[in-house]
Design a protein around this ligand. Structure first.
Ligand SMILES: C[S@@+](CC[C@H](N)C(=O)[O-])C[C@H]1O[C@@H](n2cnc3c(N)ncnc32)[C@H](O)[C@@H]1O
Length: 177
């Protein structure tokens, strides 16, 4: 994958999301998201084979990047793709220590798990943002990006639509002041 600031080689495999090439929404996030926090802990929620993880780790070498996924094969591929990056921790969700708080979260979240499960997932992890931290989520418009933004607002987060392109919305989510 070639971005203006970083080029990465990624190993993928059948059975993981977008194994035939980096997803269009993921690429939009990587092209358009504001720079991640340069220190502290940052999270790739639902890391898949690690496309977001490796870019976060390269752009924020002073931060610890947590790559979290429920899919064991995805975690194995993410670990392989991040093998040369010392600031990456690849984990199952329950392996992240409870006291870790994230200054940046980037995610192409698993919309297809259903609304209730998605809401539980986002409440769990967005609730672990630091007070001045922010999350960037990429969500397809036809898969409910606008209703998700409305729900997040109702949960007490501030949501800004950073970009709308190629059928995707890029949402920046912060804890309300
Ligand atoms: C849309 S894919 C994005 C994958 C990768 N970040 C990318 O951009 O190519 C969402 C990922 O979330 C993972 N996932 C699903 N449920 C999850 C959960 N409860 N906790 C963490 N990850 C989950 C899936 O296994 C999948 O890899």
């Amino acid at each position: 994958m070639a971005l203006p600031d970083v080029t990465v080689d990624l190993t993928t495999d059948r059975g993981v999301f977008s194994h035939d090439g980096v997803d269009t929404g993921t690429k939009l996030l990587l092209l358009e998201a504001p720079p991640p926090s340069s220190s502290g802990d940052v999270l790739d929620l639902g890391c898949g084979y690690g496309a977001i993880t490796v870019v976060l780790a390269r752009r924020a070498p002073g931060a610890t990047v947590w790559a979290v996924d429920v899919n064991e094969r995805a975690r194995a591929l993410a670990a392989e793709n991040a093998a040369s990056l010392e600031n990456v921790r690849v984990c199952a969700p329950d392996e992240v220590p409870d006291d870790v708080r994230f200054s940046t979260i980037w995610s192409n979240p698993p919309i297809r798990i259903g609304k209730a499960a998605l809401h539980d997932l986002l409440a769990r992890w967005l609730g672990r943002l630091t007070p001045d931290g922010s999350a960037v989520l990429v969500v397809q418009k036809h898969l409910g990006s606008d209703s998700l933004a409305t729900w997040l607002g109702g949960e007490g987060f501030t949501v800004e639509r950073l970009r709308s392109r190629l059928g995707y919305r890029l949402l920046e989510v912060r804890c309300a002041p």
